[in-house]
Ligand binder design. Sequence first.
Ligand code: AMP
Ligand code: MG
Length: 417
Amino acid sequence: MREGLSVGEAQDRILEATPRLGDETIPAFEAAGRVLAEPIDSTRRHPPADSSAMDGYALRREDVSKASAESPVSLPVVFEVPAGGHGVRPLAPGEAARIFTGAPLPEGADAVVRQEDTRAGKGRVEIRVTPSPGEHVRRAGEDFQAGDRLIEAGVVLGPAHLGVLASIGRSMVAVHQQPSVALLSSGDELVEPDRPVDGGRIVSSNSYTLAAQCREIGARPIYLGIAPDEPRSIEKRLRAGLRADVIVSSAGVSVGDHDHVRGVLERIGCRLRFWGVRMKPGYPLAFGVIEATGTLVFGLPGNPVSAAVTFEEFVRPALRKMMGHRSLFRPVVRARLAESLHKKAGRLHFVRVRLESRDGEVWARATGNQSSGVLTSLIRGEGLAIFPAESETLVAGSEVHVQILDMGFFDRADRGF
Ligand code: AMP
Ligand code: MG
């Protein structure tokens, strides 16, 4: 039997153990990008009343049914509809009212003639066209009616959703909570970025990468610092993470003499669900749940690319599930390989690739050195090409799936149309 789980099996086990978080009610003004936790039904119609779509004159169509530029019809302008329309009386036959865009149509009026199709005189207006029925009138309820289902629960709130919420008078809205994620780095060699890196020390960059990956999707990172390779100090910091929804620790989950994270996790009540995923980068991945608190625990590998890629593939979908998203995974496109790739069968490789659109096709080219320590290989590319576990060769020109990490790939320097 093979050791370790496949990527898909590992994702399934993680997602099975991942709960959806509860709701919180927040100001709609702050809710962009959040996942709606309640269906939104309209309590009123919108627009609330018939209103004018133009600056011009409200009138009764039958009064100007033969008006044209050659034979205009002159009507008295009996009042002006103020914004909001307070105190407007009904329009009698043979009368016109001055009206502006968005103002409510006076009772009796059934069309609006644009200012450009009129000539204003003293207390009167010459109408120079015959409007069609309802011309330049926005009908009450043409956007939505009372009782309409406007937005389903589970939708990610965007600008238009929030505008619609405002128009039914909702300034507060129930959304799914955002998980807190406690980040721990471990290793005797690690220092913070502002410390010297002599004597074999290296900067702990993972906390920066992982915190940004959390923030990118709206999860709230909490930094637990660097623990030396010593079980008691790892335990102390991990315990501080128990109040978070998720703990993500990087490094120390391999099988080396100084890899204490797994042992400590078990001691603080974490039931490990699996260890090891048949992938590269990132084989030594541990996942478990702290029984007492329900905190999910991810022990990611320490190498910077491995940590970033395993976060992408395993932590990110779990965090998205927690915050109520229905689509948990990154977009995938089909691309042609610009060069052949080779590996041994057994593990799925995530190959960092740069993408390029050429003649309506997307081409993918590996970003050079694919060592799991070379973090710049992730800066140089926009996606991860999927080199399936059992394949040994992908020939140049063949099609691969590429997971898009950087949506900036779709941004353009030119207008594009
Ligand atoms: P380990 O899993 O402890 O064997 O670490 C694997 C490699 O990742 C080692 O070269 C570590 O120095 C490196 N590494 C571990 N943690 C970090 C970190 N927080 N930031 C950058 N590199 C790290
Ligand atoms: Mg280490």
